[in-house]
Design a protein. Structure first.
Length: 183
């Protein structure tokens, strides 16, 4: 569990399934994914996230607002397992319910995860990627200090050739050296 000024980043619980499913069924939230998820698909994804949390101690975890316990979305770290230039690297990612866009929650959650990934877990590099059209997500990547890393751009192998969401742009951030780390 990670605490930031406004957020609690924690493993999902069964009580989060309805809010996760509602977020995952929203066509605007899922605009840069192949399709919104049905309830059954959402539950399968949620189960995979819980399994990764148990097995690895990291995953895309629930973002809860500390003030009132509201489910805002998910954010976290994950090991990239599919065949792409980022395979074996650690990815940071997020997805928020539309009602919570534009409030700085994605950047705050991502900074919390970066601190945990670099500080506690000792990762040397963390990457993020999205489709070229997802400019809001790229803006978050820049806000948290990530830089475009075009040599790692890839065609997503889980989508068929020619799919409009197959091209992905990559951003990365290396662990700050002790002399550059903020006090």
């Amino acid at each position: 569990m990670i605490k930031t000024e406004r957020l609690l980043l924690r493993c999902g619980q069964d009580a989060d399934r309805d809010a996760f499913a509602a977020m995952s069924a929203d066509p605007e939230v899922m605009a840069h994914f192949p399709a919104p998820l049905s309830r059954a698909e959402s539950d399968q994804v949620f189960d995979r996230l819980l399994a990764r949390w148990r097995a690895e101690g990291i995953c895309f975890a629930v973002v809860e607002r500390r003030a009132d316990g509201a489910f805002l979305g998910i954010a976290g770290l994950a090991h990239v397992r599919y065949d792409a230039p980022v395979r074996g690297m650690v990815e940071i990612g997020w997805r928020f319910a539309r009602a919570h866009w534009g409030k700085g929650y994605a950047s705050e959650a991502a900074r919390g995860w970066l601190g945990y990934g670099f500080g506690t877990l000792g990762f040397s590099r963390i990457v993020a990627f999205t489709v070229p059209a997802n400019l809001p997500s790229q803006a978050v990547m820049r806000r948290i200090g990530m830089r475009r890393t075009p040599e790692l751009d890839f065609e997503h192998p889980l989508l068929e050739a020619g799919h409009p969401l197959r091209p992905h742009v990559v951003f990365s951030l290396d662990r700050p050296s002790p002399e550059r780390a903020p006090a």
